[in-house]
Design a binder for this molecule. Sequence first.
Ligand code: IPM
Ligand code: MG
Length: 370
Amino acid sequence: MATHKIFLLPGDGIGPEATAEVTKIIDWMNSSLGSGFEVETGLVGGAAYDAHELAISEEDMGHAMASDAVLFGAVGGPKWDDVPYEVRPEAGLLRLRKDMALFANLRPAICYPALADSSSLRKEVVEGLDILIVRELTGGVYFGEPKEITDLGNGQKRAIDTQVYDTFEIERISGVAFELARTRSNKVCSMEKRNVMKSGVLWNEVVSAVHKEKYSDVELDHMLADAGGMQLVRWPKQFDVIVTDNLFGDMLSDVAAMLTGSLGMLPSASLGAPDPQTKLRKAMYEPVHGSAPDIAGQGIANPIAMIASFAMCLRYSFNMIEEADRIEQAIANVLDTGKRTADIYSEGTTKISTTQMGDAVLSELQALTG
Ligand code: IPM
Ligand code: MG
């Protein structure tokens, strides 16, 4: 069996606790199924800053670039609030996204039946929810130049961020959204702010053109991003695939995450373009939740988003579809038995720790594997 090179970046806060639960699954798959994962571990974020005053070292960037997939925990925390902006923990994450050219960020929001009561919205609004946010990840205001604060010399400063998109960036992300829609309910909703932003006007035009040219079989709607946020909490089941830019995607995916009951449930995949020769694509998988410094080190974090991110890794990087399905089924089954980490706990369920949740998913996976 081929080897699969995984580069593990646990990061900060609850990142290491969450990734430890994935490591258990990887070790079991290697020893019992001969899956052939080769795992190397590196430092990112505050952990990398403490070791070498960088958000990620050149050596670890090299490992990431050479890997088949990166598994990323989380970065950041109050400890690094005052480090220089260039080496703040988040800079490590942004550099990985940019240098690996991971332009397509897939953020599925699925409401597990057992958690329909945990959402802050009414059960009938979220029950059965299955939407996919496709967020552009290497452009827009996150990376646009100029990006600076200048001193105006009169006691005032001026801060500038630049929202910028070229045609090809919008074409390739909308292509990903349309392709994925065809494997689901065949509907795409594109969100921008064309009523205020030139980048929104171009976004809207290009998505429409790509649709007309190649994907007219897919149903396409356009929504202003603010109205889209409102519709997401009003009646989220109207959506199938949502395609949007980097910043709107950041915000809308947090909203979508909460619909599912907890931010601790949401995985994500960040994908590059397939190499024309090998057909392989660079990829990184990370939970949508952050480092949650307030609960770090207490063993109460929810590892499900991280485990589900590994399932996405199996699906998108290693074409191990059955194994991915089984992990997702194992998560659903464990939730059905009433086991909950603190973030998704409700009366009548059983509160368990991070490692107990990891163990429960693994033993369910072992049972399903037979
Ligand atoms: C996310 C996070 C990141 C982002 C931060 C940590 C830089 O919020 O992945 O959603 O803004 O993209
Ligand atoms: Mg975010």
